[in-house]
Design a protein around this ligand. Sequence first.
Ligand SMILES: NC(=O)c1ccc[n+]([C@@H]2O[C@H](COP(=O)([O-])OP(=O)(O)OC[C@H]3O[C@@H](n4cnc5c(N)ncnc54)[C@H](O)[C@@H]3O)[C@@H](O)[C@H]2O)c1
Ligand SMILES: O=C(O)C[C@H](O)C(=O)O
Length: 358
Amino acid sequence: MRSSVLRSVKTLAKPAGARGYSSESVPDRKVAVLGAAGGIGQPLALLMKLNPLVSRLALYDIANTPGVAADVGHINTRSEVAGYMGNDQLGQALEDSDVVIIPAGVPRKPGMTRDDLFNINAGIVKDLCSAIAKYCPNAIVNMISNPVNSTVPIAAEVFKKAGTYNEKKLFGVTTLDVVRAKTFYAGKANVNVAEVNVPVVGGHAGITILPLFSQATPKANLADEDIKALTKRTQDGGTEVVEAKAGKGSATLSMAYAGAIFADACLKGLNGVPDVVECSFVQSTVTELPFFASKVRLGKNGVEEVLGLGPLSDFEQEGLEKLNPTFHIRKLFQILQFFRKCCTCCSWHQLFGCFSLE
Ligand SMILES: NC(=O)c1ccc[n+]([C@@H]2O[C@H](COP(=O)([O-])OP(=O)(O)OC[C@H]3O[C@@H](n4cnc5c(N)ncnc54)[C@H](O)[C@@H]3O)[C@@H](O)[C@H]2O)c1
Ligand SMILES: O=C(O)C[C@H](O)C(=O)O
């Protein structure tokens, strides 16, 4: 048992010796986790502590971080761990960060949509991003807090207002959709899950999550009905967990795993490892939507290239057409309302410039 856990941890955290640099030359990298005492934050802190690419790990939350930091800090891996609690310590937590991961915010309960989290989480994200703009404006930001389809554009607006926006460094973390699509596909196709690849594009809510099973590898001859069912299960994966947890929150462990995979990819990109590609929700021209998840090549400056969708099946093309209005209408109105309430200097003109209904 112990050795298999260690083996998977090694695979997740493998230094990129074989992929571009030796473990002796791994540069120093500071990673900050905001919301580090939460359901995602704690296992994510553990996984980042196991990552040999991290030299400093800053754990920030509004409560309980000293305990989490003391606990994680006893693990005998490379990084130095420090806990920071409360707004007064946020600046210190962020200073010199290369990557900031944000799982701060409230999770869903059964019967809620991710949009129902907007009012609380938009405010949390806005405050945290204002601090990022001040204390580590060049950091890569990995946004986990929901609704990702809206928290990412909000973060972009906050950074624009602060004059620090770099579209190459802002990522909505959609890796859990990919993790789920891989797991469900491997089960149905009866193939080794470790070898499976499935791009998932669009966004991170309901039908905006669009897995491209026609591009899944290894290839399997699945019936149309099976593809439909896999697509629906991937789109409803978050709700499946929310319902199973029956009021005790949403996905935390699988999300921490997904968040650790994505942060590891960002670190590899920063360190110059070639051909690091993950799906992520980023500023995009792949469709007419201003932010869109697709495969992204990661590099020393964050996004190196936003990759196109590739060939779609008729079913996927239909899914793509359906997701556009959902995105536009919900997201636009939420974000407009938020900035009207909270940000008097953000004019309607600026907002329509960013989120126009094309
Ligand atoms: N992107 C995804 O795929 C994905 C997957 C799962 C969950 N999520 C989202 O992640 C968020 C967190 O989920 P969770 O289960 O960890 O919730 P949780 O309630 O267990 O933890 C959230 C943590 O955030 C902290 N927090 C609140 N306000 C803060 C602030 N201003 N600064 C710093 N920390 C603050 C809380 O103290 C708490 O420790 C939710 O919004 C959830 O919907 C996203
Ligand atoms: O579903 C949720 O509310 C959490 C997360 O977005 C998920 O996909 O698990």
